[in-house]
Design a protein around this ligand. Structure first.
Ligand code: ATP
Ligand code: MG
Length: 345
């Protein structure tokens, strides 16, 4: 296990280690493309660590969030299937983790209505992650769903009363809003919801090959499921800088340092040691080092994924079971919410 990807908040980690049974995790991903190394080192690896510690785990395939900023017809099913295979290959275990899709859990989605009443339009419009995503979507029209999706995420986290969220740093504003919604609901009606805490890894925002945040939708990612040759090609095209000597200096040399970090994470090493070793070898040697470390780290996952993909009906079985579990919990939470609001007749 890498020492560099464990959760970086030691106080929170100590609490989780002391009593994993007191925590319930919900995290998820939009099925907008293949999972990448940013997911793995930013959140997925921590999900697996937490699951293996005995923390209860819910993993959401956020299909309703795809249509915040794009049209999808037909293709979404195969993207969902690919993501679930990525989860399983990375070590999420459907016997212990509830893996489910938004669109299959109506009661979860119904929570969005009361929650929307607890936030103001100015709170929604100043969310920095939403602003960033609107800018990067390149669309002139901003959908109402895009504008309100952080409230939808509050419903995701609160329907199962999760209190721990292993995520990248782009999710921090959404978790803050969720805490606000939970607090307001608890104050206005009755105490029903926990205030979830974010758990960041030591790679809370891995950069892509162009120097921007690595993203499924950005064409700058190193996919978990890629072949070793594809991985080498993508890393060869990564942006670096003109300085020959390789150093680890994330503030002044973000692109080079991101590659150093990636080699360190994948090889379970200290980034300063990686940089010292490459030294005057320049970008070419650095990229070779990164490629070897990433391919070696992902090799077992990739082999496992090929085996899982050959099992007929596997993803369907995993999702049916997860949807059923999530649906029962969402129905029960919705009943409590309606009771608290006096709308259960
Ligand atoms: P999209 O481009 O479609 O938004 P994405 O790559 O940003 O896709 P999401 O589905 O939005 O992926 O995010 C899923 C989870 O992965 C979130 O917890 C997010 O914080 C985390 N994550 C995404 N990208 C990175 C990254 N580059 N570094 C660290 N964590 C990341
Ligand atoms: Mg995203």
């Amino acid at each position: 296990m890498s020492t560099t990807t464990v959760p970086r908040d030691l106080e929170l980690s100590a609490r989780v280690l002391a009593s994993p049974q007191d925590f319930r995790v919900l995290t998820g991903d939009r099925p907008t493309g293949a999972l990448h190394v940013g997911h793995y080192f930013g959140t997925l690896h921590n999900r697996v660590l937490l699951q293996d510690l005995g923390v209860e785990m819910f993993v959401l395939v956020a299909d309703y969030q795809v249509i915040t900023d794009r049209d999808v017809t037909g293709r979404i099913g195969s993207v969902v299937e690919g993501i679930v295979l990525d989860y399983l290959a990375a070590g999420l275990d459907p016997e212990r983790a509830t893996i489910f899709a938004h669109s299959a859990v109506p009661a979860l989605n119904q929570l969005v209505l009361p929650f929307l009443s607890l936030v103001s339009t100015s709170e929604l419009s100043r969310n920095p992650t939403v602003k960033e995503e609107i800018a990067s979507s390149g669309r002139s029209m901003v959908s109402g769903l895009m504008f309100t999706y952080p409230v939808h995420q509050a419903a995701d986290l609160l329907f199962c009363k999760s209190n721990l969220v292993p995520v990248g740093d782009d999710q921090l504003p959404h978790i803050e809003l969720t805490r606000t919604i939970a607090r307001r609901f608890n104050d206005r009606y009755r105490p029903l919801f926990p205030l979830p805490e974010a758990m960041l890894s030591t790679a809370p925002r891995l950069l892509g090959t162009d120097g921007a945040k690595m993203g499924k939708s950005s064409g700058n990612s190193i996919e978990l499921r890629a072949t070793a040759d594809e991985t080498a090609r993508v890393i060869r095209g990564a942006k670096t800088d003109a300085e020959r000597r390789i150093t680890f200096d994330p503030v002044n040399r973000p692109e080079v340092s991101n590659l150093v970090l990636l080699a360190a994470l994948a090889g379970e090493r200290d980034p300063h040691d990686v940089a010292d070793e490459v030294g005057d070898g320049g970008a070419a040697v650095l990229k070779r080092t990164v490629t070897e470390a990433v391919n070696e780290c992902l090799r077992p996952m990739r082999e496992r994924r090929l085996e899982l993909a050959a099992e007929p009906g596997l993803v369907h079985r995993v999702l049916s079971r997860g949807n059923e579990t999530a649906d029962a919990i969402a129905e029960s939470t919705l009943a409590e919410v309606r009771e608290a609001m006096g709308t259960r007749y």
